[in-house]
Design a protein around this ligand. Structure first.
Ligand code: ATP
Ligand code: MG
Length: 353
């Protein structure tokens, strides 16, 4: 591929638990496609970002390594993509500081993660002294720094992260307006970005929500989790002839929606269509729907679990590619930080020159 046509891709995942189907179909599968297209890919483990949630220090580093083992098991290749740990690129923190200087608090208070947590505190009448952290409020600035520091063109993320990418675009544009064209403004998240509901019927499957179907779940856990999905709600009339999952699924009760979404992603089309016509006819079929889906999920997980457990996919291997890849991303990132320092008028760092 002609190098000038290559796009720079960046995305990250927090080491806050095990990778789940939302992570895979919202983000990882795009990581792999873009890697295979030969784009310039930066994929990181967002350990700084996880500090807004993680409280078990002992598990943290282990969880980071295990997330990386799962990246590799899913098909990310440290020889094709630059896979690194966010904290191994500490100049991201410097860029966060610089960007923070031009970011209004009112703008950050509109961030959904912060707003949702704030609303919950108000609901529980627990707002005394605002216990939310500076890190949580500033999460979108750190994410903007992650993206802008490698001059990313595209940020493949799930629909839940759409707003954060828009905020990064906004911050980059504000910087360029104030200090001249300095930062690359990434593209907005594509309209097809997915948001997979949780197995508990919540609008989002999430590691910290504990409502996930995981890529490393063995067949027994898969069956147990899928059987546990609530299907006693009466089906709602679909009011459409369309079979498109994007049209159909929002019209279903959420817990059924997650089963159908997974079926549409994993099963052959005729199997999905067959279960859809059963839904339309109002038949009692949830038992077979669940066992059929569990079979496809376990088949999907099997090779990932196998690669996860390969002896070569061990801590030593991970630490060695982290070291190599941190060396690859650092010069790119430092150049951006230096350009921003220049643009803001503080000049180059003397010790780095
Ligand atoms: P946490 O609960 O710790 O925030 P998470 O499950 O939301 O974990 P993240 O590490 O925040 O996962 O997100 C990693 C990537 O996975 C992001 O691109 C995000 O958009 C995507 N993602 C997470 N959950 C879903 C989901 N339910 N549907 C689609 N994409 C998702
Ligand atoms: Mg998240």
């Amino acid at each position: 591929m002609d190098n000038s046509k290559k796009e720079v891709i960046l995305s990250g995942i927090r080491p806050t638990g095990r990778l789940h189907y939302g992570n895979y179909f919202g983000a990882l599968r795009h990581f792999i496609n873009l890697q295979e297209q030969g784009q310039v890919c930066y994929y990181f483990i967002a350990d700084y970002h996880a500090l807004t949630t993680i409280s078990e220090r002992e598990d943290f580093y282990r969880q980071t390594l295990e997330m990386l083992r799962t990246y590799v098991a899913c098909g990310l290749d440290p020889n094709k993509s630059v896979i690194y740990r966010q904290s191994d690129l500490p100049c991201t923190a410097e860029l966060t500081l610089l960007l923070g200087m031009i970011t209004n608090i009112g703008f950050l208070e509109r961030g959904t993660t912060y707003k949702d947590k704030m609303n919950k505190l108000v609901e529980d009448n627990d707002l005394e002294g605002n216990p939310l952290s500076y890190g949580l409020l500033g999460y979108p600035v750190l994410m903007a720094a992650d993206i802008l520091i490698v001059r990313a063109d595209k940020v493949p993320v799930g629909d839940d992260q759409r707003q954060h990418v828009e905020m990064a675009i906004d911050i980059a544009q504000r910087f360029n307006y104030r200090f001249g064209e300095t930062l690359k403004v990434p593209a907005a998240v594509s309209r097809e970005a997915l948001r997979l509901p949780g197995l508990d019927g919540a609008a989002k499957m999430g590691k910290t929500e504990h409502n996930t179907l995981d890529l490393l779940d063995d067949p027994q856990s898969v069956l147990k989790k899928i059987k546990g999905v609530q299907t006693t709600t009466d089906p709602l009339p679909l009011d459409t002839d369309s079979n498109d999952p994007d049209v159909i699924i929002p019209r279903m009760p959420t817990s059924l929606g997650v089963l159908y979404r997974l079926l549409s992603l994993l099963a052959p089309e005729d199997v999905y269509l067959d279960f859809l016509s059963k839904y339309r006819r109002g038949e009692k079929f949830y038992g077979t729907l669940k066992t059929t889906l569990a079979k496809y999920v376990s088949e999907f997980n099997a090779p990932i679990i196998e690669r996860y457990n390969e002896p070569g996919n061990n801590d030593e291997f991970i630490i060695s590619f982290l070291r190599e890849n941190a060396k690859k991303v650092t010069p790119v990132a430092l150049e951006t930080v230096e350009t921003c320092r220049q643009a803001m008028g503080i000049g180059h760092s003397i010790y780095r020159a």
